[in-house]
Design a protein around this ligand. Structure first.
Ligand code: SF4
Length: 251
């Protein structure tokens, strides 16, 4: 069964859709349940071992935190950055998206997820019914690694306190880890992304509900995986719906 909302999801993600004659899109009922990619939400306490050393940022409000990040020299990435990339969006968002690190364009503009990958993330958000201002978007690193290399563990560790504080200040209902690097780093695991998808993870000591999906830059390189990203978005909507209904999605 295909409906107009699902069709919009697929089109926003660039997934080709072929509708058999007689199965044209229909309007989706407002309270229609959202399909999960094959399994009910279940929690994986993979992050239970993650211990984050809290610095002075742990008690800061938004502006002092932003200023602290802008002046940060905790790791060597400050030597090569054009500017820090703090985060954007609604500070009271119910959804928070966390990516890996700024790239060249993000370093230039000071905003996460701009450029082609950013445009695809914006399409993914639209598929969920959001604009960029409806969610909060941040990265695990606030400075660009030279040559777009992967973040080093010590860099991510030095920067983690800032992200932890952003999460606390936003207090989202659901976090979406965008891409393998972000997911593995946040959960302190080397488990493959494919095995992290389709589950609700408990992030950090506070146990923020988190799901995992592909990075839009990866989807641009591997468009055949866009359909799986769509499944992840449907799963995220299902989990969020359960959270809104007061159901437990974590143990
Ligand atoms: S990446 Fe994070 S810890 Fe490193 S200098 Fe930038 S803001 Fe500081």
């Amino acid at each position: 069964m295909i409906d107009s909302r699902r069709l919009a999801y697929l089109e926003a993600l660039g997934v080709d859709v072929y509708v058999r004659r007689g199965l044209e899109p229909r309007a989706e009922p407002a309270a229609a349940p959202v399909e999960a990619p094959g399994e009910a939400p279940r929690a994986v306490p993979e992050s239970a071992a993650v211990v984050v050393e809290r610095g002075p940022e742990a008690n800061l409000d938004w502006e002092p935190l932003r200023e602290m990040v802008a002046a940060c020299t905790r790791c060597t990435l400050h030597e090569t950055r054009t500017q820090t990339v703090f985060g954007v969006g609604s500070r009271s968002a119910r959804w928070m998206f966390i990516g890996e690190a700024p790239g060249a364009e993000e370093d230039r503009q000071g905003e996460p997820f701009v450029g082609r990958a950013g445009q695809l993330l914006t399409s993914m958000l639209r598929a969920l019914g959001f604009g960029r201002d409806d969610v909060y978007i941040a990265n695990i690193l606030k400075c660009r690694p030279p040559g777009n290399r992967d973040p080093r563990p010590e860099e991510a560790a030095q920067c983690r306190g800032y992200l932890e504080r952003q999460i606390e200040l936003v207090s989202p209902a659901l976090i979406v880890a965008v891409g393998r690097i972000a997911a593995q780093n946040l959960l302190a695991t080397d488990t493959a992304l494919a095995r992290l998808r389709g589950k609700v993870h408990a992030l950090g000591p506070r146990g923020w509900p988190m799901i995992v999906t592909y990075h839009p830059a990866y989807l641009l390189r591997s468009p055949g995986e866009k359909r799986k990203a769509w499944q992840d978005l449907l799963f995220a909507r299902q989990v969020y719906g359960r959270i809104q209904n007061g159901e437990r999605v974590l143990p």
